[in-house]
Design a binder for this molecule. Structure first.
Ligand code: PGA
Length: 254
């Protein structure tokens, strides 16, 4: 069975509007051989969503994504952006629980469970991020750590709802550090995540969920990482800010 493969650019808090426009143009004008099961996401800062939409909405296999949304529906939450607002802009994906949100903005597994749910309520696909920090990896307890993240934030979903979720495994020690997980480490965790999903949601569902790898994916390591059986593409930070690097990463998809 062919799972959907994703090359997802996570720009984080980078680029001016003009730089963003140029980067979008360069990536979208490249010949990337995309199809239903081989798609590109641009997770851009909120003020650039309309710009990105303008470039991708006529294109079939490119999609915009928000980098975050509120866990609240609407109301007096100054500075927050709701899932309903994003959906009304035709944004179809939203990152949920990126480790930088967990670390710098105090996002807990419980809040992220609410965010996943609210995305699904408004018909947006949450890209749920999980992954262990360095000291957990050093203690070799990463499986338990990631299992708890999945348990707290995704197990409240029904199997039908889980089928609408994309997962990104991003070991925190590999994000922005240039220290990529080895292919073995990535494959091992992805297959573990799938086994945890299988236990709770059944085999058929677990086999259908796309699990992206994130953490120092580069043009020169994407191909081998994406070739791993349980790795369904990548969530790319630093290298997504450079058009030719990101284009090469998209071409590395299965
Ligand atoms: P990186 O970031 O590719 O710069 O390591 C990945 C991410 O945080 O999504």
């Amino acid at each position: 069975m062919m799972r959907k493969q994703f090359a997802a650019a996570n720009w984080k808090m980078n680029l001016t509007y003009q730089q963003a426009a140029e980067l979008l143009k360069a990536v979208i004008s490249a010949d990337l051989e995309l199809n239903e099961n081989r798609v590109v996401l641009f997770a851009v800062p909120f003020p650039y969503l309309e710009l990105a939409n303008g470039s991708v909405l006529q294109k079939k296999y490119y999609f915009t994504a928000a980098q975050n949304c509120s866990n609240k529906k609407s109301g007096a939450f100054t500075g927050e952006v709701s899932a309903e607002m994003l959906k009304s802009l035709n944004v179809s994906y939203c990152l949920v629980g990126h480790s930088e949100r967990r670390e710098h903005f105090g996002e807990t597994n419980e809040m992220l469970s609410e965010k996943v749910m609210i995305c699904l309520t408004y018909g947006m696909t949450p890209v749920f991020c999980c992954g262990e920090p360095l000291q957990i990896r050093e203690q070799n307890t990463q499986n338990d750590f990631v299992k708890k993240q999945l348990n707290d934030s995704l197990f409240p979903l029904s199997a039908q709802q889980l089928l609408k979720v994309v997962i990104a495994y991003e070991p925190v020690w590999a994000i922005g550090t240039g220290k990529t997980a080895t292919n073995e480490q990535a494959q091992e965790m992805h297959s573990y995540i799938r086994s945890v999903l299988e236990e709770h949601f059944g085999r058929e569902v677990s086999q259908k969920i796309s699990i992206l790898y994130g953490g120092s994916v580069k043009a020169n390591n994407a191909k081998e990482l994406f070739a791993c059986g349980d790795v369904d593409g990548g969530l790319v930070g630093g290298a997504s800010l450079n058009a030719s690097d990101f284009i090469e990463i998209v071409r590395a998809l299965k």
